[in-house]
Ligand binder design. Structure first.
Ligand SMILES: Nc1nc2c(c(=O)[nH]1)N[C@H]1C(S)=C(S)[C@@H](COP(=O)(O)OP(=O)(O)OC[C@H]3O[C@@H](n4cnc5c(=O)[nH]c(N)nc54)[C@H](O)[C@@H]3O)O[C@H]1N2
Ligand SMILES: Nc1nc2c(c(=O)[nH]1)N[C@H]1C(S)=C(S)[C@@H](COP(=O)(O)OP(=O)(O)OC[C@H]3O[C@@H](n4cnc5c(=O)[nH]c(N)nc54)[C@H](O)[C@@H]3O)O[C@H]1N2
Ligand SMILES: [Mo]
Length: 824
């Protein structure tokens, strides 16, 4: 390290007392300890975008959007409330019954929220002792530390990396594959289009705006979901959406939203709405394909040149010949299922074929049983239209996500703190014997491991043997929000011995854990991040706003001290502290960007707060393949678009055959299975005013949308009237799996038979018993925990029926917020 760099770092560290003494000593006594630095403005960034914060007397007083961001999200108003939430994890805590009775603790006490306070020394010792015990008594198969999630932004402090690296330096553990976002999509699409598609750059908005005549928003709500990004979000997509609106108004582009509800995007764009019954998109697409084929509107030349297996799919489509099921997938057939008039289906098929049409799919549609099918069928439809690889045509699976479609700079972003140990040979426990269990599981099946250890499960052409977890560690994710079916989870958690949760806010995951460690928020540490996930528009400094509150510490420090207990601290840190990591990640990025993307030296960057790359390049998805499919084959087994997949067919799965098909759901509204008993489809979409469960604990902001202190449930006026429910009433939403209290929001934007409760509403049961009423309104109290199919085994959260009634009893107190009950 050069002298000037070291000198700079020293100066910087000295200005922050906590960096020298360690945050726990400083903040042990007073929560919002005054930091005598007067008013300052600092720059930081988040999933919600970049901002400037005014700090007065050691308190974050005001948040203002960053100048570059022309479309900041309303959610910036919730940030202060995250830092100063009444739900903050203040001290290391241990579950009372577990502390007292340890492995003999009555399983029924889990979730009673009674905890005792311990010191950091005790907490980390306990954590370490448990890791030792599990590795010695069982083996790596008994430890699950593979979960990931929406940890706050920043590359140095990426908390999941910290946890997995630290636990990994101690020994091996079970990992996961896939995610809740796109589990079905990312598994099926490599067989069909050769990449996950969901995490791939899409055709640039300027090219769509210039070339598309028709844009189909198929189950996607751009305006709602582009408010957040995986890296610090720039919100540049919104400028293109404004241009799109102007083109709609001028009659230059037709935009059609295919969705059961009137989305925020439809409202903002003023575009057309095509209502469809929930979970029935495949019949509609099949009928469009049928129409194209019957009317000779399909692009046979495209099918011949770029695809394989249309001939094998055709008997299913027409119902005739070998492989046909005798049912022609006509518009009349589809209308009975999807509720879209046959005439409309025909008109739309012709409209798409006669015009440059860009199909844009969201992800909620694959978070349902057989969620692989609408994506595959979408690709087949797009192939028949023959526009894949043209600007403004073809198919996209991700324009609602993290600025996909914004022309990107092409620059490299900063790397992150490493996820894995540097040297596997130095792990304390070398045992890699998983005792016949699988060492990796499809993520949404982790609760099954607790309930049915040893069970063999088909997954993506393989057989997974569910491991028997005795200990689980969660950091940077909130499984007691994100997983389905709370009461099933309660049963499952009776089998586990030790759960560690590391978080800054007292989520339901903390409530159901044994050891809870208080991390600090991203606003209490120094970091840096890529600005604009897929657009790579720059690099952003994340200045620490205030010192860690209460006894919270950075994940960096927590895990370093865990490693200290088994002699690995130095190897873990590679001998570097927070600011040294920051500088080294920045400098690596600067080196790889070279002269093409000039970046100032670190000290200058840190002081200025950001670097913006001005280059922007446009892109057409699948254009190279279209240009020359031999030279630029897709990543599918054949290199072509696979309408029929021999590989998938070879798996012989009843619920995912060799070409896309319509399969009835286990629960479906509008006359489908189960709808006589529980008539409403519950869609648990992504929240407009939260990032999942994050910010739900931001009290003032929550009150801007809560109804009588509860999460809203959106319902159609006629349905509300039928059940004697008025806007603002408390209601009970229930099915055979669970029950919750929510606040009714009566709205014309929702069709009859559909209700919405946003995911991420905090779980607050009255008590730990199975079936206990949830007092705030977590939709996963009601959702179904089944895999999409044997192919992806992904979440099917959106296959869920419920009933709803006015809540007539005395309203229970909301128990979701405010932390644990401390036992002295
Ligand atoms: N019913 C239903 N369920 C769903 C979905 C749905 O559509 N419907 N969507 C699914 C999807 S797509 C997703 S991505 C998941 C999201 O599931 P998660 O990623 O688990 O959701 P978050 O609420 O973002 O949880 C992140 C947690 O990490 C904590 N955290 C953040 N930063 C840090 C940090 O720096 N250090 C530590 N130690 N902790 C930190 C936060 O406080 C929070 O508790 O939910 C899934 N669940
Ligand atoms: N504000 C905000 N933005 C976010 C997030 C957040 O928490 N808050 N989370 C981010 C993350 S992690 C993810 S994974 C993405 C999620 O992105 P998506 O999964 O695409 O988002 P959702 O809002 O769940 O669903 C989008 C639309 O699908 C529709 N839909 C659901 N089922 C069906 C169906 O069967 N047929 C049809 N035609 N339409 C259907 C819904 O009505 C909704 O309008 O969002 C990201 N953006
Ligand atoms: Mo997600």
């Amino acid at each position: 390290m050069s002298i000037s760099r070291r000198g700079f770092l020293k100066g910087l560290m000295a200005s922050s007392a906590s960096a020298l003494i360690g945050p726990s000593l400083l903040t042990a006594t007073k929560a919002f300890a005054a930091n005598p630095i007067g008013d300052t403005w600092k720059i930081s960034g988040s999933h919600w975008g970049a901002f400037r914060a005014k700090i007065h007397a050691g308190v974050v007083e005001k948040i203002e959007p960053f100048g570059f961001d022309k479309n900041p999200t309303d959610m910036l108003k919730g940030i202060r409330g995250i830092i100063y939430s009444s739900s903050r994890v203040r001290y290391p805590m241990v579950r009372y019954a577990w502390y007292r009775d340890y492995l003999k603790a009555d399983p029924a006490t889990r979730g009673d929220n009674r905890f005792i306070r311990v010191t950091w020394e005790q907490a980390l010792d306990l954590f370490y002792v448990e890791l030792e015990r599990i590795q010695n008594e069982y083996g790596p198969w008994a430890l699950y530390a593979g979960h990931t999630g929406w940890r706050q932004t920043g590359q140095v402090h990426s908390c999941n990396n910290h946890m997995q690296r630290a636990v990994g330096m101690h020994g091996y553990f079970v990992k996961k594959v896939g995610d809740y976002s796109t589990g079905a999509g990312q598994t099926i699409m490599p067989y069909v289009l050769g990449s996950t598609e969901v995490y791939a750059q899409g055709t640039s908005w300027p090219l769509i705006l210039d070339n598309s005549k028709v844009i189909v928003l198929w189950a996607t709500d751009l305006h709602k979901n582009l408010q957040v990004g995986w890296n610090c979000e720039t919100h540049e997509s919104y400028a293109y959406l404004d241009q799109l609106k102007a083109k709609i108004d001028a009659g230059e582009i037709r935009v059609i939203s295919v969705d059961p509800v009137v989305t925020k995007s439809q409202q903002k764009l003023g575009c057309e709405h095509q209502y469809i019954n929930p979970q029935t998109d495949v019949p509609m697409m099949l009928a469009m394909a049928y129409t194209l084929y019957q009317d000779k509107k399909h692009d046979q030349a495209f099918l011949d040149t770029y695809t394989l297996g249309f001939d094998k799919f055709l008997p299913y489509l027409t119902g005739e010949g070998e492989g046909g099921d005798g049912i022609a997938k006509t518009p009349e057939w589809a209308e009975q299922i999807c509720g879209v008039p046959a005439k409309t289906i025909r008109e739309l098929a012709h409209l798409f074929a006669d015009n440059r049409t860009q199909l844009i799919f969201g992800w909620g549609i694959q978070r349902q049983q057989h969620g692989e099918q609408p994506y595959w069928m979408g690709a087949v439809l797009a192939s028949m239209l023959g526009q894949i690889g043209l600007p403004g045509g073809g198919i996209s699976y991700a324009h609602h996500y993290s600025s996909i479609g914004v022309p990107d700079s092409g620059a490299a972003g900063p790397g992150s703190f490493p996820l894995n140990p540097d040297d596997n040979k130095k792990r304390i426990h070398q045992n890699q014997d998983f005792n016949g269990y699988s060492s990796t599981i499809p993520v949404a099946r982790w609760v099954d491991c607790l309930l049915e250890p040893g069970k063999k499960v088909a997954y993506n052409g393989k057989t997974v043997t569910l491991p028997e977890f005795k200990m689980m560690v969660f950091s940077g994710n909130n499984p007691w929000h994100h997983h389905q079916d709370r009461n099933r989870m309660k049963r499952a958690f009776e089998a586990v011995q030790t759960v560690v949760s590391i978080d800054f806010t007292w989520t339901a995951t903390c409530r159901f854990a044994d050891i809870v460690l208080p991390a600090c928020t991203q606003f209490e540490r120094n970091d840096l991040d890529l600005y604009g996930s897929y657009s790579a528009r720059g690099v952003l400094a994340m200045h620490k706003l205030v010192d860690p509150l209460f006894q919270s510490r950075t994940d960096f420090d927590i895990m370093a001290d865990l490693c200290d207990r088994f002699g690995q601290k130095k190897a873990y840190l590679r001998g570097m502290g927070e600011m040294e990591w920051l500088e080294s990640l920045y400098e690596e990025c600067r080196t790889s960007n070279g002269d093409k993307y000039p970046m100032p030296p670190f000290a200058e960057f840190w002081q200025k707060g950001s670097v913006i790359f001005n280059q922007q390049q446009t892109f057409v998805r699948h254009a190279a393949f279209r240009e020359d499919p031999e030279l630029n084959p897709l990543g599918t087994p054949s290199g072509f678009i696979e309408i029929f997949s021999r590989k998938i067919a070879s798996f012989n799965y009843d619920n995912c055959p060799g070409h896309p098909v319509w399969m009835e759901k286990s629960e479906r509204s509008h006359g489908g299975p189960g709808s006589k008993k529980h008539p409403f489809w519950l869609q648990s979409c992504h929240p407009d005013q939260r990032l999942h469960s994050q910010m739900c604990d931001s009290t003032e902001y929550r009150e801007t949308y809560a109804v009588k202190g509860r999460e809203p449930v959106y319902i159609n006026p006629k349905d509300a009237k039928k059940h004697g429910i008025r806007d603002g009433d408390l209601v009970r939403v229930y099915n055979d799996r669970g029950q919750l209290v929510a606040g009714a929001r009566v709205s014309d934007f929702y069709p009859q038979g559909v209700v919405r409760i946003y995911e991420g509403a905090w779980y607050g049961p009255i008590g730990p018993e199975i079936g206990s009423l949830d007092t705030y309104g977590d939709p996963n109290t009601l959702t179904q925990d089944i895999g999409t199919s044997k192919l992806a085994q992904a979440t099917s959260a959106n296959t869920c029926l419920v009933s709803i009634e006015k809540f007539v009893d005395k309203a229970p107190k909301v128990t979701a917020f405010g932390g644990p009950t401390e036992v002295k």
